[in-house]
Design a protein around this ligand. Structure first.
Ligand code: NAD
Length: 441
């Protein structure tokens, strides 16, 4: 099939590349000329495991093209995917300005019958409004507008794209579903479901999925905070509940709060949507509030340990990306911690395997950046861990104790066993578990 993908970010580049990998001709379009120039020069603008090789391979095979020119990019496409960003507006709603900008461009340039597929996460009703906008914008050709929400996870995006748990499409005509089923057939060979519904239900499916996942995280964080006060261990409790098949283990890890480019803004957009209908979204409102508070938990523990006067202290931070295996720092809990500590006059030495350029773009020389995790510890009074990168799970504790001025760790991801940390000579704060103190003097 001939496919155009508008918006070459985390979603557009991954899905476009996966479509090309199945033999389709794909043109990725973006208005950001730097991104397109980099891709045309053989580079890649984001970190996503395995993506770089896959982009190069498909580009060299002539199946994957990049352009800033929308009119040429869509000219021969039968399917046009939209994967532009839908960030949060000031009032909490989804900012659809880029989606509408694309609609207006498409209305001018569509040159024949096409299927436009909205992959961006958009509020219920956007599909219908998009179709109307094309007509109002002067589009003379028969165009179907379908919805196809994306469920991939950064850090495992290729795997999720090639082997999705399910594909959801929202269509108004069965013929459109048939085209999309054919496109997705290579990804669904192992009997993975292809679910056809109305565009409204497809749009709502995406928000419901993210709101429920965010709810699980805020729920377990609330239980973790209770455990700390009650002398219970959230990890034991988690295991105690997870074996119940109605509950399970997925997405029930306590931590320093969720971030990223999806959960925070999508939960807020759903809250806004409900309020605009005169409804009070009690559960998801609370999910939001719990998460905002949870992002401040590490800062609170640090202040409790050192006292309120932190000026002049130096702390190391391991993990800046909002989750491991990505360089994305949008809404990352690390930002909340960094902002709080900088405001208190703390000097920060930070390390992340992939996200340092994105953090540097925000904080410049206000932080000290270390290429190596242990380098960040040199001369630091303590260490805070915000992202659970694999390489932090089994570190050299002896070396860490030698490098830190004081052997104290504030772990926002429960990477270590408190008993082990106590034996290794650390004061160890984690989430939902008692503070471990050094066993030796
Ligand atoms: P992104 O910010 O990484 O990429 C969006 C791209 O669109 C940018 O490169 C931007 O330059 C480009 N763009 C903006 N306006 C344009 C225009 N008029 N013409 C051409 N290009 C334009 O965003 P993302 O993380 O890929 O997310 C895209 C959508 O997918 C969002 O709605 C998001 O909620 C949804 N989503 C994201 C994820 C994820 O993990 N990132 C997962 C599922 C769904």
């Amino acid at each position: 099939m001939k496919i155009a993908v508008i918006g070459t970010g985390y979603v557009g580049l991954v899905t476009g590349t996966c479509f090309a990998d199945c033999g389709n001709d794909v043109t990725c379009i973006d208005k950001d000329a730097r991104k397109i120039d980099l891709l045309n020069a053989g580079g890649i603008p984001i970190f996503e495991p395995g993506l770089s090789e896959m982009v190069r391979h498909n580009a060299q095979a002539g199946r994957l093209m990049f352009t800033t020119d929308l009119a040429t990019g869509i000219a021969s496409a039968q399917l046009i995917f939209i994967a532009v960003g839908t960030p949060q507006a000031d009032d909490g709603s989804a900012d659809l300005s880029t989606v509408w900008a694309v609609a207006d461009e498409l209305a001018k340039h569509i040159n024949g019958p096409k299927i436009v597929v909205i992959k961006s996460t958009v509020p219920v009703g956007t599909n219908r409004a998009f179709a109307e906008r094309l007509v109002k914008g002067g589009c003379q050709h028969p165009v179907d507008v379908a919805s196809n929400p994306e469920f991939l996870k950064e850090g495992a995006a290729i795997e999720d794209c090639l082997k999705p748990d399910r594909v959801v499409v929202g269509v108004r005509r069965p013929e459109v579903a048939a085209v999309l089923r054919e496109l997705y057939a290579p990804f669904l060979r192992t009997e993975r479901p292809f679910l056809v519904m109305s565009p409204e239900s497809a749009e709502m499916t995406k928000y419901t999925a993210n709101a429920l996942l965010a709810t699980k995280i805020s729920f377990i964080n609330e239980m973790a905070n209770l455990c700390e006060r009650l002398g219970a261990d959230i990890n034991d409790v988690r295991r105690g509940i997870g074996h119940d098949v109605r509950i399970g283990f997925h997405f029930l890890f306590p931590g320093a709060g969720y971030g990223g480019s999806c959960f925070p803004k999508d939960v807020n957009a759903l809250v806004y949507l409900a309020r605009s209908l005169g409804l009070t979204p009690h559960v998801i409102d609370a999910v939001n509030r719990v998460n905002d508070a949870q992002k401040k938990v590490l800062g609170r523990k640090i202040r409790e340990h050192y006292g309120e006067n932190l000026a002049g202290k130096t702390l190391a931070i391991w993990g800046l990306a909002f989750k491991p295996r990505t360089d994305d720092v949008r809404e990352a809990p690390s930002l909340t911690l960094i902002n709080e500590l900088l405001a208190l006059g703390v000097s920060l030495r930070v390390h992340d395997p992939e996200a340092m350029p994105n953090i540097k773009a925000i904080y410049g020389d206000r932080l000290v950046y270390s290429d190596r995790p242990y380098g960040a510890l040199e001369g630091a009074d303590g260490l805070a861990i915000v992202t659970e990168w694999q390489q932090f799970r089994n570190p050299d504790f002896e070396l860490m104790r030698r490098l830190l001025q004081e052997p104290v760790i504030f772990d926002g991801r429960n990477l270590y066993e408190p008993k082990h940390m106590s034996e290794a000579g650390f004061t160890y704060y984690s989430i939902g578990r008692a503070v471990a103190r050094p066993a030796r003097a």
